[in-house]
Design a binder for this molecule. Structure first.
Ligand code: DX5
Ligand code: ZN
Length: 218
């Protein structure tokens, strides 16, 4: 798969979200929406009302990353708000039921994995997901440093997917910029979430373009 870019609006100006989306729309394959509940991660962000506002503003695919303890309670609200896909964390448990619920709701199914969680924990679900999100920072905040130590797991996931002929997106999230996108692409990632490297740049569209080009070179 050619590399795809998912700007994370977490690093955008929430008072001017529409304008931020417009800035990157031409270079974005999807928008990454980071949902945090103050329990699963020590930070609070946004929920379905913001997704609904984004939905009215853009036709871009809305990729909702649910860093929350009880995703089952909210999946329908995200679907109704206009989410295209949701990623739930494997660490919250109940993965089989959550996958079934997302399918029943017509959501694309994403499974997110924290840096410390090993391959064996998510391996059973590889053939049931549309997107596998391997965190390359500790979930909770934008602007952290990329964790190189996750790369062997990205490689392990890529090899397993290839061996089984499976084609979910292999997404990396956290600390992605030009340099680290190349590192993650070399390990097998094909979908790159970037927040601060895009929205912290003077020209967000150009930053996204450069990240894509760096991933494509690897
Ligand atoms: C962190 C979020 C990320 C975050 C990435 O918990 O899941 O999506 O926005 O931000 P950067 O690209 O700044 O590391
Ligand atoms: Zn995220």
């Amino acid at each position: 798969m050619p590399p795809r870019i998912a700007p994370s609006i977490l690093s955008a100006d929430f008072a001017a979200l529409g304008a931020a989306v417009d800035q990157v729309a031409g270079e974005a394959d999807m928008l990454h929406v980071d949902v945090m509940d103050g329990h699963f991660v020590p930070n609070l962000t946004i929920g379905p009302p913001v997704v609904a506002s984004l939905r009215r503003h853009t036709s871009l695919y809305l990729d909702c990353h649910l860093m929350i303890d009880e995703p089952a309670r909210y999946l329908e609200a995200f679907r109704d708000a206009g989410a295209d896909g949701c990623s739930v964390h494997v660490e919250v448990g109940g993965t089989a039921n959550l996958i079934r619920q997302m399918r029943d709701l017509g959501l694309d199914v994403g499974l997110a994995v924290n840096p410390e969680t090993s391959f064996d924990v998510f391996e059973p679900w590889l053939d049931q997901v549309d997107l596998l999100l391997l965190m390359t920072v500790h979930a909770g905040f934008g602007g952290q440093a990329f964790m190189d130590e996750v790369m062997p797991k990205v490689r392990q996931a890529r090899d397993a997917l290839d061996r089984q002929g499976l084609r979910p997106a292999l997404q990396v999230d956290g600390g992605i910029g030009e340099k680290t996108a190349g590192v993650a692409a070399a390990a097998g990632a094909d979908l790159f979430v970037a927040g601060s490297a895009i929205f912290g740049a003077a020209d967000p569209a150009d930053a996204a373009r450069r990240i894509r080009a760096a991933a494509a070179r690897s």
